[in-house]
Every structure is written in structure tokens, then in C-alpha cells.
Ligand binder design. Structure first.
Ligand code: GLA
Length: 397
């Protein structure tokens, strides 16, 4: 187990811009930025082709850059205090490692589909805790995807950029993530959650009720097992599909299992596959129910669904941790709470809470106090509204 460093909460844009000026003794021409996210509902559903309901948050990654005429990329990472350099023509998976694999992967994945990608000089800074379950990786990928698109004069919509960013992470970085994080980082709208169908990739914006704020509470504990356990869950889902397809050939993904079929179908599955499937099918249903509850302003119902989701992630999907469960119990009793669940892949990381806007400070104080008594340190808290997706803007002269 390792502890996540406290994050720098100053503006990512300003830090990236200042770092660029120092590193390259010139002004950057553009700043691309992309947000992190929480997942309001739909945990471990994207790679099962289901529907998810993530929200972009006000934490972000910014890339201050200047396009180059050649294919060289030179990047300074403010967070890692390191520089990296690569030639886009020479990239192959494995040729760049560490943090620079993310921007390199994006350039590689654009080039892989036959696009002519130009180089750039860049400084990157972010305030999303790394490895904390708030999608700092997707934000880095999407911010660089926007930068490469502009620097290369490419005509690609945001959704295509999100798909190429996912390809970068899957095939270049070697992390088997789904599509949710990249799409919400690229396509979110301020004030709304994004209802995304991970099969068709159609999405729509679902406004959040006014008077509520998103409070993210981070355990500060990251489990090293995260990626191996994540991949194990993916394999379990694939195995469940293979077994279920033998019973019903129409089942090609867990998305194809209807809630009414659940009881009869899970009889054909050994433990823990039966529980994994019950989580995924129930969670997809909860995404639709949460969307309806948001649209009808049924605040209490949203809370019930969030707690039900957390229980399912804890008991059936088994991706929670003691710290996350403790945060949920403390949140449930704190002032202003509407609902809470773990967000991201789990195995440590953060919980997302919906809290009445007037009571967020009391809420954070109450949970922090209880958590400190139990674990000896306070959770890191972020209070955010639903933020907009990635943007790019010229730097003022
Ligand atoms: C990680 C992955 C996502 C998604 C979530 C779990 O954040 O990157 O694609 O699978 O876990 O919902």
C-alpha cells in the first residue's frame, strides 16, 4: 500500500504555462485542458458494454504548448519534475515508459490510424491525484489528444479523440481500461452528468439538480493490486459471458442479460461469477433508474441507488476496501448527505458523495473527524460542481 501525495490545488493552466516559459524560454501558444471525473453510477460496467453515468469534476490536467514543424515531442512534467523527448515516427509500444507513455501513446494512436501528427514542445501540469481513481490518466490523454489535433490541423470530433485515447492506454501504455473516462473527459457539459452507452457510444447530458454539490473524499490509500484485480474482474466477466452464451446464444456481453433473466441464468454460473454478473446487470439498471431520478428531481431515490451501488460493488463485485466502506458509513451519517458510493475502479481511492450545497463544509468536517479517529489521518476532500469537458484556447499575448 502506498499513500498518495497531497495534490497541488493551484490552477493547472497557470502552472503549465509558467513551467513552459521557464523550460523553453518562450511563450506557449495554446493551452489544452481536460478534467478528471467521478462516476455517479455505473461502476465496472463500461467494459461490459453497458451504460454509465459519470460526471467531470473541476480537477484537471493542462498542457501548455507550442506546435513544432517536425515530429519531435519535448515535454516537461511539472508533477513529476521530469522531461521526456520522443520522435513520433519512432514510437512503438514499449519504447516510452512512465508518465510520458500517455502522451506518446496518444501521438502513436493518432499516427496508427494514418493521421499525419506534428510534434510539439509542451509543459503538463495537473491537480488530479495520481492513482486516486479520478482518472488522471484519461485527462492527460485527452488534453494531449486535443493538443495534437490542433498542432496537426486534424479534423476529428471529440468522441473519436476519446476512442484514440483509450487505444493509447490499452495498446501503448498497456492498461486495459474501458471507454468511460476518456469520453466524459472529452465530452462532458458543465452542470450535467453524461449518460453514455458504452456499446453504441451514444451519449446525452443529464442535468444535475441545483442545490447539490459533488464531494470527493479520498482515502489516500492506493492498492498496488488495482490493475491486476481490475484485469481479473474483466476476465471473470468474459468467462461468465462464455458460459452464458452456451445457455443463450444471444448473450454476447453482460449488457445482453436482462434483469428478469438474472435468477434463471446465474444458476449456470459458479461463484464468484454469479455475483459478478448480478452486480453488472443490477448496476446497469441502477444507471437508468438514477437518470430517471435525476430528471424527476427525486433526491432521496438518488441516494438510495448510490448506497445500493456501493453495497453491490462491495459484496458482489468485491472491489471496495475497509477505508472506502468506513468513509461511506461516516458519510451516511453526516449533515447534508444525499448519497455516496465508491468511484473509479475501487481497491482504495475515493468515494463520491452528493451533498446539499449549503452543508458541504459541515459534511466534510464531520466525515474527516470520524475518519481520523479510525485511521489516524484525514481524507483529502474536493468539492466540485459538474464541470465541462476538455477545452483548448490560445494563450493571450
Ligand atoms: C477505471 C477504468 C474505467 C472503468 C472504471 C470502473 O476507472 O479506467 O474504464 O472500467 O475503472 O467503472
Amino acid at each position: 500500500m502506498s499513500t498518495i501525495d497531497p495534490v497541488e490545488t493551484r490552477s493547472s493552466r497557470r502552472r503549465a504555462r509558467e513551467a513552459f516559459e521557464l523550460a523553453f524560454s518562450a511563450r506557449p501558444q495554446w493551452i489544452a485542458r481536460a478534467p478528471g471525473r467521478v462516476n455517479l453510477m455505473g461502476g465496472h460496467v463500461d467494459y461490459n458494454q453497458g451504460v454509465v453515468l459519470p460526471v467531470a469534476v473541476e480537477l484537471d490536467v493542462a498542457v501548455a504548448y507550442k506546435p513544432r514543424q517536425d515530429r519531435l515531442v519535448r515535454i516537461l512534467s511539472v508533477n513529476f519534475d521530469q522531461r521526456a523527448e520522443f520522435d513520433i515516427s519512432e514510437l512503438i509500444p514499449g519504447s516510452v515508459s512512465g508518465w510520458a507513455a500517455y502522451p506518446a501513446g496518444v501521438a502513436w494512436s493518432l499516427a496508427q490510424v494514418g493521421l499525419a501528427v506534428n510534434g510539439l514542445d509542451a509543459a503538463v501540469a495537473g491537480n488530479i491525484p495520481i492513482g486516486g481513481g479520478l482518472s488522471s490518466s484519461a485527462a492527460v490523454e485527452v488534453a494531449f489528444a486535443l493538443a495534437f489535433r490542433q498542432a496537426s490541423g486534424l479534423d476529428l470530433p471529440e468522441l473519436e479523440l476519446a476512442k484514440l485515447a483509450q487505444t493509447a492506454e490499452n495498446q501503448f501504455v498497456g492498461v486495459n481500461c474501458g471507454i468511460m473516462d476518456q469520453v466524459v473527459s472529452a465530452c462532458a457539459e458543465s452542470g450535467s452528468a453524461l449518460l453514455l452507452d458504452c456499446r453504441s457510444l451514444e451519449f446525452r447530458h443529464v442535468p444535475l439538480p441545483t442545490g447539490l454539490r459533488i464531494v470527493v473524499l479520498c482515502t489516500g490509500v492506493e492498492r498496488e493490486l488495482r490493475s491486476s484485480e481490475y484485469n481479473k474482474r474483466r476476465r471473470e466477466c468474459e468467462e461468465a459471458v462464455t458460459r452464458l452464451a452456451a445457455v443463450d446464444p444471444d448473450i454476447r456481453t453482460l449488457r445482453d442479460v436482462e434483469p428478469e433473466q438474472l435468477a434463471s441464468l446465474t444458476r449456470h454460473l459458479p461463484a464468484p461469477l454469479d455475483r459478478r454478473v448480478r452486480h453488472v446487470v443490477g448496476e446497469i439498471e441502477r444507471v437508468y433508474l438514477t437518470t430517471a431520478a435525476l430528471e424527476h428531481g427525486e433526491i432521496e431515490r438518488i441516494g438510495e441507488l448510490m448506497y445500493a451501488s456501493h453495497r453491490s460493488l462491495r459484496d458482489d463485485y468485491e472491489v471496495s476496501s475497509n477505508e472506502l466502506d468506513a468513509l461511506i458509513e461516516l458519510a451516511r451519517q453526516a449533515p447534508g448527505i444525499v448519497g455516496a458510493r465508491l468511484t473509479g475502479a475501487g481497491f482504495g481511492g475515493c468515494i463520491v458523495n452528493l451533498v446539499g450545497a449549503a452543508l458541504t463544509d459541515e459534511f466534510v468536517a464531520s466525515v474527516s473527524q470520524g475518519y481520523e479517529i479510525a485511521f489516524g489521518h484525514r481524507p483529502v476532500a474536493y468539492i466540485s460542481d459538474a464541470a465541462a469537458g476538455a477545452t483548448i484556447q490560445p494563450v493571450d499575448r
